[in-house]
Design a protein around this ligand. Structure first.
Ligand SMILES: *Cc1c(COP(=O)(O)O)cnc(C)c1O
Length: 398
């Protein structure tokens, strides 16, 4: 294998095509898929050197594999991070990033508006192992400050949030964390690495579900943890190596190829989202549209400051509550009904009855997730067909 190609001097789109490539002796153009569990050594001395670390080569695919390494290196270049580790899913990334840093007696503060499974980790799983947590309204910096305790070790947030697309001030929360001797972890799925760089804003660690825009075509599950080399070595590497939530080389290969087209896909999906959001905002059947870069977004200014675009997801409230939302959704044909996002196919979700059903009506009301709220992940279809579909939804709304 030739050494990893690490063109840090190039711009993101170039790194996404070439970054991290490891070529075998065959000189293949497209990255090879190394479907292998292990590796053989030319002699006993070479095996010994691999295990002492004197030779940094591959040992076992639970913790290192050439295809996975290419994906990690390309992600690190994109994020501007020193180091990256891939995981089997976004939830494996979140769980490892949290558990890897924490021990009994520590305390966690997190924003309430979290992806459902992330909320389970913080609210239910960590306390079972002696790590209590405090949930705050992430947009209220005073609540973050008030929640800090001497033993607070990790702050955790998502921005924009799901599904309300609230914007949390990452730089301000990072400063609160560091003042209190804690570290900030940001789940950057909705923004993607192209539209927001939490590490540059002061976060210590960024996690992704690469299942979303990075695969981008709805095929495989994956995750990634990005941070400084020191952070990865201290908190993440051994945890992953010994507990084994490894990304399969096949899935890593799909993600690696997904990264090549991420900028063109994301920009096209974002352009569709902007058009659809602006269209919906003019319609009498729609009570409210939430999209970060629209002037009427409650945190428009902050969104413009910390993001370079609003992303591919919009949220909106239709008139008539649950019944209205169901009628609207059932009137669509191009847009598919699904709880996923970041796909080439446009996908519609009714959070109150699906992704946010479990948290109950009070928590939903508190988070501003009404019965009439719909989340739309805009795909790569012709935007005129998406607008026609919205018209059909509005028609069935009556
Ligand atoms: C999807 C998602 C996750 C979980 O990722 P999986 O790949 O499904 O495990 C975590 N956080 C956010 C914000 C997500 O959208």
């Amino acid at each position: 294998m030739s050494a990893a190609d690490t063109p840090r001097k190039y711009r993101p789109a170039t790194n996404l095509v070439h970054g991290g490539t490891l070529r075998s002796q065959f000189g293949e153009t497209s990255e090879a898929m190394f479907l292998t569990q292990g590796f053989v050594y030319p002699n006993m001395e070479a095996a010994e050197a691999r295990f002492t670390g004197a030779d940094p080569g591959f040992i076992y695919s639970r913790f290192s594999n050439p295809t996975v390494a290419m994906f990690e290196q390309r992600m690190a270049l994109l994020e501007g991070a020193e180091s990256a580790r891939a995981t089997a899913s976004g939830m494996a990334a979140v769980t490892a990033a949290m558990l890897g840093q924490l021990k009994a007696g520590d305390h966690v503060v997190a924003a309430k508006a979290l992806f459902g499974s992330c909320r389970y980790i913080v609210e239910e799983l960590l306390p079972r192992y002696g790590v209590p947590s405090t949930l705050v309204d992430g947009t209220d910096l005073a609540q973050w400050r008030a929640a800090m305790r001497p033993n607070t070790k990790v702050l955790f947030l998502e921005s924009p949030t799901n599904p309300q697309l609230e914007i949390i001030d990452i730089a301000a929360v990072a400063a609160i964390a560091h003042d209190g001797g804690a570290r900030l972890v940001v789940d950057n799925v909705f923004a993607t690495p192209l539209l927001q760089s939490p590490l540059k804003l002061g976060a210590d660690c960024v996690v992704y579900s690469t299942t979303k825009h990075i695969d981008g075509q709805g095929r495989t599950l994956g995750g990634c943890i990005l941070a400084s080399e020191e952070f990865i070595q201290t908190h993440v590497h051994n945890f992953l190596r010994q507990t084994g939530p490894a990304l399969s080389p096949f899935n890593a290969w799909v993600m690696l190829k997904g990264l090549e087209t991420l900028p063109v896909r994301l920009m096209a999906q974002q352009a569709n989202a902007v058009r659809v959001a602006d269209f919906l905002a003019e319609q009498p059947g729609i009570e409210r549209v939430l999209y970060p870069t629209r002037k009427d977004h409650p945190q428009h200014e902050l969104a413009m400051r910390q993001m370079s675009g609003g992303g591919s997801v919009i949220a909106f409230d239709v008139k008539g509550g649950k019944e209205g939302a169901f009628r609207f959704g059932n009137g669509l044909s191009v847009v598919k009904i699904s709880n996923n996002l970041g796909d080439a196919k446009s996908l519609l979700t009714h959070p109150a009855t699906t992704t946010h059903q479990r948290i109950g009506p009070e928590a939903r009301a508190e988070s501003g997730i009404g019965d009439g709220m719909l989340r739309l992940s805009c795909g790569l279809e012709d935007v005129e067909d998406l607008i026609d579909d919205m018209k059909a939804g509005l028609k069935s709304l009556g």
